[in-house]
Design a binder for this molecule. Sequence first.
Ligand code: PMP
Length: 362
Amino acid sequence: MANRAYNFNAGPAALPLEVLEKAQKQFVEFENSGMSLMEMSHRGAIYEKVHYDTEKLLRELLSIPEGYKVLFVQGGASTQFAMVPLNLLRPETTAAYVATGSWATKAIQEAKLFGDTTIAASSEADAYNRIPSISELNIPENAAYVHLTSNETIEGTQWAEYPDTGSIPLVGDLSSDILCQPVDVSKFGVIYAGAQKNLGPSGVTLVIIREDLIAKPSLTVPTMLRYDTHAKVDSLYNTPPTFGIYMVGEVLKWLKEQGGAAGMEKRNREKAALLYDLIDGSGGFYRGFADKGSRSLMNATFRLATEELEKQFVKESEAQGFVGLKGHRSVGGLRASIYNAVPLDSIRALTDFMRDFQSRNG
Ligand code: PMP
């Protein structure tokens, strides 16, 4: 077996070893075709089957109701920060955002380029260490949509429950927690997610959009940035990221074998509890960043008494085969990203290391 690191990277992130090994087997020649998947036409029968099977499995695993389109696009979730307002915002409406942290802020900044924005609620005053409660939301009547970031990858916070926004479409950036647990897609008008945390490699972005929202945007919106362009032709308007979509399909097959979204949630809760219990039981040596009620199942953020000690933690962890534990450069501290494909054994190894580190430095 390959020599695998304890990979806690925030994204691109750990992929299931079984998937990597299967992809390796299929890499040079795909299904007796005489070529790799990357060398064949995206209009051919072999690729088309991969494409549509991946969509079908996504629909199954996310229980996507009738009336929604599933799109595979490019440009990362960051391009969705622009596509959402470009396609949904009208001059007489405002775009309402919940300011929960670094990624929500990026989405807001982008939307400001295209029209009026409103902050429906914000936890900026608390350094974004919590998700505002649903009762804090203030949604203007003329909101074209309400945007939330389901999991703030950098701060390590996650919505525990989504608001009911009535007739105003809810738009969710689920980049860093999609399929970590079941989700009621019918609550959303649009869901988008970059693939590189829970779904596969970078380069593919998933968009799930209610069909009535795929209206014709203004004529000045570039063709590639219009949802209708991709929706009309099942994401085959131009050359899709074929290998990435194949990898997403393989990750989804793996996820189904693990019990689907519900199976993932059970595992993820067990994984997160190991880590948070250790933090909470450390007598203040490790200090969780997020409020307990807003803690993320995917990104556990914590601090030590001094930056010096945090540096030492990172250095020693790296020497012992742990990767990716340094917090994001914008907020500092430490972060363990524990996405779907991070095995329980990696968390056990990490908590052992953390206990040992505390015993030597506490
Ligand atoms: N939203 C969230 C919540 C993210 O975590 C990220 C990436 N870390 C992005 C958006 C941006 O994604 P991309 O790099 O695919 O543009």
